[in-house]
Design a protein. Structure first.
Length: 144
């Protein structure tokens, strides 16, 4: 029975990755030129999370990195540093780019006030897309 559960789980994971790649959400490639290892291209759904997408595009245009190196263990400290001195505002979330879970995040991150449902939905979507990748994975964000 355990064998069938493992096979079913593996097939489910393969199916999810196939679906995500087929729909343009992820593209996995090895960056052999830099030796940096795996790079994942994540196509952010601007139609679903327009405020977050606009923030990411504006932050990148202003000089922030479009690459996120996953560092989940550093997220709490990065969030603390990036939001230091940025007051809360009723009815809004403080959105960070680069995100707190990125090694590039933290002090100096670009912060904008955005709708909480957009921000939290986008954060959940990104987390779900990247949950299978280990810390150290580089993620290239593409926002249409």
């Amino acid at each position: 029975m355990k064998k069938y559960i493992r096979i079913a789980t593996l097939l489910l994971i393969v199916g999810i990755l196939w679906y995500a790649q087929l729909n343009g959400y992820i593209d996995i490639r090895t960056d052999s030129q830099t030796g940096a290892g795996e790079t994942v291209t994540l196509h952010f759904p601007a139609d679903r999370y327009p405020e977050t997408a606009r923030h990411i595009k504006e932050a990148i245009a202003a000089g922030e990195s479009s690459i996120c190196t996953l560092d989940r263990n550093g997220a709490e400290e990065n969030r603390k540093e990036s939001l230091k001195g940025i007051p809360t505002k009723t009815g809004y979330d403080r959105d960070e780019w680069p995100m707190a879970m990125c090694a590039e995040g933290g002090a100096g991150a670009d912060i904008q006030y955005i709708d909480p449902s957009d921000n939290r939905g986008a954060g959940s979507w990104v987390s779900n897309q990247l949950e299978q990748y280990p810390d150290g994975t580089r993620v290239q964000f593409v926002v249409p």
